[in-house]
Write a protein that binds this ligand. Structure first.
Ligand code: FPP
Length: 258
């Protein structure tokens, strides 16, 4: 049993809660929202929020790994985020360089393997190199997979997978009738995660309650937890609170429970 101190958001009451070690979600996906608002509330530039958000990624990656999470997927940059001002985009593109530049030794020490999903060939060369080096440096790690969605979009991902299947059909390698849910799942950017490819728990911070084109196929049966705090304020305790909420749910996958 993992125990943690939970503060009730409405009453402010503090209670010790227990997490069931046998029911830690294997795959957690997070939409890390609210960096800009966190900064604005402190009269700081938006990029200060992203910088603090990067530090939160370090904290949360370690916490998730210690709790026994197998895959942690983080939405770091969407295919729509290019619409932001150039200076902010440039800063967001520099973050993986800073993050991996300082954090890879800790990842290796904690047996965490880096994976990236998204259209990485469209990223600036320095970002691509940082990502490539991190994947290479952690490739022998056998613990948690830290999966960054970078220049990722859920609809685009499905289109790319369908195009690939269509090409296989055109080449005579695949019968249309052989295309099923499993075949399409394998073709997605999470296909290499095998049975861990679909998140058990999806968390979104900052009070927004939408998917924003994130893992549209994979979250079909995920449990959703929306939290009001902004991503830079997220930490080990709030991760445990989200997992606690997950553990109160009854997952039925369309069936019935006894
Ligand atoms: C959403 O907040 C956040 C992002 C678009 C960027 C998320 C990136 C990080 C947390 C750092 C990632 C770290 C690495 C290592 C890649 P927002 O800017 O939309 O906030 P707002 O809705 O309050 O404006």
């Amino acid at each position: 049993m993992f125990s943690f101190l939970n503060k009730d958001q409405q009453t402010g009451e503090v209670a010790e809660l227990q997490l069931d070690e046998q029911n830690i979600p294997a795959h957690i996906a997070i939409i890390m929202d609210g960096n800009g608002r966190w900064a604005q509330q402190r009269h700081l530039p938006r990029i200060a929020g992203h910088k603090q958000g990067m530090n939160t990624v370090k904290t949360v990656a370690m916490a998730a790994s210690h709790l026994g999470v197998k895959v942690l997927t983080l939405y770091a940059f969407s295919t729509e985020n290019w619409k932001r001002p150039t200076a902010e985009v440039n800063y967001l593109m520099k973050l993986p360089v800073d993050f991996f530049g300082t954090f890879v030794p800790d990842l290796v020490k904690n047996n965490i393997r880096v994976k990236v999903m998204g259209y990485t060939d469209q990223l600036p060369a320095a970002t691509q190199k940082a990502v490539h080096d991190a994947i290479e440096d952690t490739k022998d790690c056998t613990g948690m997979v830290l999966n960054f969605a970078l220049n990722y979009g859920g609809r685009a991902e499905i289109v790319t997978a369908v195009q690939s299947l269509a090409q296989q059909v055109q080449a005579g390698q695949l019968a249309p009738a052989a295309i099923d849910e499993d075949r399409l799942s394998q073709q997605l950017m999470t296909g290499d995660l095998g049975e861990l490819r679909d998140p058990d728990l999806l968390i979104r911070t900052s009070g927004e309650e939408r998917l924003s084109n994130f893992m549209l196929w994979q979250v079909a049966y995920s449990e959703f937890v929306f939290m009001d705090l902004h991503w830079p304020d997220f930490d080990q305790t709030t991760l445990e609170q989200a997992i606690y909420q997950y553990q109160q749910r009854h997952r039925r996958f369309g069936g019935l429970t006894n």
